[in-house]
Design a protein around this ligand. Structure first.
Ligand SMILES: Nc1nc2c(c(=O)[nH]1)N[C@H]1C(S)=C(S)[C@@H](COP(=O)(O)O)O[C@H]1N2
Ligand SMILES: [Mo]
Length: 220
C-alpha cells in the first residue's frame, strides 16, 4: 500500500507528524504527579475530544473478539460474554492528550489489566506489550506501565457503555501515560520480549510518553 492509498495517512496524521518534528506544545518543564495534577504544557477541558485516525470500526458484538497472544502461559480469546464475565473494576482517572488537553475525573468500568495478567501469566522474559486495534492502529508500552494499578480494559464511561467514537466496545486506559497509548477498539494484546514501536511511535512520538516528563516526541 502506498501512502496515497493508505487511509491512515490523512492530513491530520501529517499535521501531527509535523508538530512532533517542531516540538509543538513543549515547555521544557518537568513535574511530579504527586505535586502537580496538571502536567506541564497541558490545559483543562470539560468536554471530551475525539482523536483518532478517522476510521471508527463498528464491530457487531456477536463477532467481537479480544485475543491475548505472545509469551504467556495461558493465551485467551474472549468473546463479549466471556469478557463481561471477568472480574470488574471501577477506576476514576485523568486523561492527558499529547495535543495538550487534559480531562479530570473520568469514571471507567472494565477489567483491570492486573486481573488479565493474573489470568494469562506472562512469561519471565516479557518486557513489552503491543496493542492491536480494529482500525489498524498499534501502540506499545512496557509491561510495568500496562500493569499499573489503575490501568484497565474499559467498556464503560460515566456509568454508560463506552461509545463507539471513544473506542467502544473496549479500549485500553493507561492514565499515567499520554492518551495515544490508550488504544481504542482493542482486538489483540501481544506480550513480547522485544519492543515494537506502534503507529505514532514510528511517526515521531516518544516511545514511552510520560506527561510529567513531557515525553511528547522522540529526541532523534
Ligand atoms: N485504535 C485507536 N486507538 C487510539 C487512536 C487511534 O487512532 N486508534 N488514537 C489515540 C490518540 S492519538 C488519542 S489522543 C486517544 C483519543 O481518545 P479519545 O478519542 O477517546 O479522546 O486515542 C488513542 N487511541
Ligand atoms: Mo493523541
Amino acid at each position: 500500500m502506498t501512502d496515497a492509498e493508505d487511509p491512515t495517512e490523512t492530513k491530520l496524521t501529517r499535521t501531527k507528524e509535523r508538530w512532533a518534528r517542531e516540538g509543538r506544545f513543549l515547555t521544557g518543564r518537568t513535574a511530579r504527579p504527586e505535586t502537580e495534577r496538571l502536567p506541564p504544557g497541558q490545559h483543562l477541558v470539560r468536554d471530551w475530544p475525539v482523536l483518532d485516525l478517522g476510521l471508527h470500526p463498528d464491530i457487531d458484538p456477536a463477532r467481537w473478539r479480544l485475543t491475548v497472544t505472545g509469551l504467556v502461559d495461558h493465551p485467551v480469546t474472549w468473546d463479549w460474554t466471556t469478557f463481561r464475565a471477568q472480574p470488574q473494576s471501577f477506576f476514576t482517572s485523568d486523561i492527558h492528550c499529547v495535543t495538550s488537553w487534559s480531562r479530570y475525573d473520568n469514571r471507567w468500568d472494565g477489567v483491570a489489566t492486573r486481573d488479565l495478567l493474573a489470568l494469562v501469566e506472562p512469561k519471565e522474559e516479557v518486557r513489552f506489550v503491543v496493542l492491536h486495534s480494529y482500525d489498524g492502529y498499534t501502540t506499545n508500552l512496557p509491561l510495568e506501565d500496562f500493569a499499573a494499578e489503575n490501568a484497565l480494559l474499559a467498556h464503560g464511561w460515566e456509568g454508560r457503555p463506552l461509545s463507539l467514537e471513544h473506542g467502544g466496545p473496549v479500549r485500553l486506559v493507561v492514565p499515567h501515560l499520554y492518551f495515544w497509548k490508550s488504544a481504542k477498539w482493542i482486538q489483540r494484546i501481544d506480550f513480547r520480549a522485544a519492543d515494537a514501536p506502534g503507529f505514532w511511535e514510528v511517526r515521531g512520538y516518544h516511545n514511552h510518553g510520560d506527561p510529567w516528563q513531557e515525553q511528547r516526541y522522540s529526541e532523534d
